[in-house]
Write a protein that binds this ligand. Structure first.
Ligand code: FAD
Length: 462
């Protein structure tokens, strides 16, 4: 391929900050708040025009991963404060039972309010927020990491003693030369969409008449008087939609998360196989997924009872990514650590969601695995094995693929964010590299701040 040589340029430097957080999504918001709470001057760099990550960009059905299969809470501390702020703003009813029985509880979120609630929270906590600041490069000089963003003002460098990579795709680590696990297989990308003007009474009448078409929690849930409900199924109608030539994508089932009060439903059904770090593949995904959204909108109006007068009220603002780069860490969260609910001496967070893996080339999941109990997430899987003073949180941690398919859920990402932000603050304020941090001091601080993890016990590793 032809190339063009870019000349050297002098880039203005802002800072130094104690902590720079790259990526203002699920994990990044919590990382920035945790760092600021721990006393660090903190800047949060986000490529998009608002903060919130996938919850906001994808219009997620709900935030999940807060409870394990036994109903034990596995996420606490700062993420709980976010839930309280959301509830106070009318942006969430709080944790509600999962009607599908897939997980114990789920947290419906009003996406537009979520964007405002999180940016107000960040501002209240003294975090300097920088939307429209995509990370483009990273340079280490004079004991500081310079995180370089491509902004409307041109390239700007933000110097920091410690950095947190919460970009989901580990963009900062990639620019800083860190190493990654192979990306030979990945879950598909998707685009969620919302339908408005749904007649939920008619939709639920169909569900009651055809319970065999849906996966439900033990016993048929009582949907009466509900503000939110969710469904996993519609297989027979999807088949009919294919036969009628309405749908080009073959799906066995779909997830429909319903907001009764606003007559809306969020639909998770589209999918496309793409490497999210390949910008050309993501361009193809954008085209393919928006075509699928239009097909499914028509299908809903023509074939799903209750949706006859519905309309496309919102679509995700970008392609949604389940899996891309995973850093090669000081250690790796193994599939069996998740399956067996292992505890770690250097634990800093906890997960408990099922292994939730979508098939990039098939019409269903590629083997959901029930996770019987919560498992610890150790600090060592958040730390790149080599490279500058960076810690990661979110779906770019060092994990085997099935382990990540559980840990990528938003509740777990928030818990990891709190841990990573606190660690970055302790590193910066104590002039101690992240890889040499006193783990028990970090754990003490996290426990004081309400974080949940076991850090020792019967099924211990490391
Ligand atoms: C279709 C789909 C449906 C899902 N459904 C659910 C669900 O119902 N419930 C649930 O809990 N989870 C769900 N998930 C999983 C969950 O959304 C993600 O795994 C989770 O949000 C990951 O959190 P994160 O903080 O790592 O990344 P994100 O939340 O994606 O945040 C990353 C942030 O970094 C920013 N960023 C990226 N690159 C750069 C850069 N170079 N510079 C600056 N900023 C950058 C992004 O804009 C974003 O704001 C779903 C995922 C998908 C794709």
């Amino acid at each position: 391929m032809q190339t063009v040589l870019e000349g050297e340029r002098a880039i203005p430097v802002h800072g130094p900050y104690d902590v720079a957080v790259a990526g203002g999504g699920t994990a990044g918001i919590l990382a920035a708040i945790a760092a600021a709470r721990a006393g660090a001057s903190t800047i949060l760099l986000e490529r998009g025009g608002f903060f919130g990550g996938h919850i906001a960009t994808q219009l997620l059905e709900h935030s999940a991963g807060w409870y394990d299969a036994n109903g034990q809470k596995v996420v606490g501390g700062l993420p709980d404060e976010l839930v309280e702020r959301l509830k106070q703003a009318g942006g969430s009813p709080g944790h509600v039972t999962d009607d599908t029985g897939y997980t114990r509880m789920r947290l419906p979120v009003e996406h537009e309010l979520f964007k405002s609630v999180v940016v107000e929270w960040l501002d209240d906590e003294g975090v300097q927020v920088m939307p429209q600041s995509p990370v483009a490069a990273a340079i280490e000089r004079g004991g500081l990491l310079h995180v370089i963003c491509e902004t409307k003002s041109g390239r700007v460098a933000f110097a920091a003693k410690a950095a947190v990579d919460t970009t989901g795709d580990a963009d900062l680590c990639a620019r800083a030369g860190c190493d990654f696990h192979p990306m030979d297989a990945m879950q598909p990308v998707s685009m969620l969409f919302k339908l408005g003007n749904v007649d939920h009474e008619a939709a639920l009448a169909y569900v009651s008449a055809h319970p065999e078409d849906f996966k439900m929690e033990a016993g048929f849930p009582d949907f009466s008087g509900r503000s939110h409900y969710n469904l996993w199924g519609y297989g027979s109608l999807l088949r009919k939609g294919r036969e009628a030539g309405l749908l080009s994508l073959d799906r066995n089932e779909m997830h429909v998360a319903c907001h009764v009060h606003s007559r809306e439903a969020v639909i998770n059904v589209t999918r496309f196989a793409a490497d999210a770090t390949d910008t050309f593949a993501m361009a193809r995904a954008e085209v393919a997924l928006r075509r699928q959204v239009r097909e499914f909108t028509r299908f809903f109006r023509e074939m799903i009872p209750g949706y006859e007068k519905s309309f496309l009220s919102a679509t995700a603002s970008c392609v949604g990514v389940r899996e891309s780069r995973r850093i090669r860490g000081v250690s790796t969260l193994m599939d069996d650590d998740v399956r067996k609910g292992r505890w770690f001496t250097d634990a800093v967070a906890r997960g408990g969601f099922p292994i939730d893996s979508h098939d990039a080339h098939g019409n269903s999941m590629d083997g959901t695995e029930h996770v019987p109990a919560g498992y610890d997430i150790p600090l060592s899987v958040l730390l790149p094995e080599s490279g500058p003073n960076i810690i990661v949180a979110g779906r770019n941690i060092s994990a085997e693929r099935r382990a990540l398919a559980s840990a990528r859920i938003t509740g777990t990402c928030m818990a990891m964010g709190q841990a990573a932000g606190t660690a970055a603050a302790l590193s910066a304020l104590g002039n101690m590299p992240l890889r040499q941090l006193d783990v028990s001091a970090l754990q003490d601080r996290l426990r004081r701040d309400g974080a949940i993890f076991e850090a020792g016990g019967p099924a211990q590793r490391g």
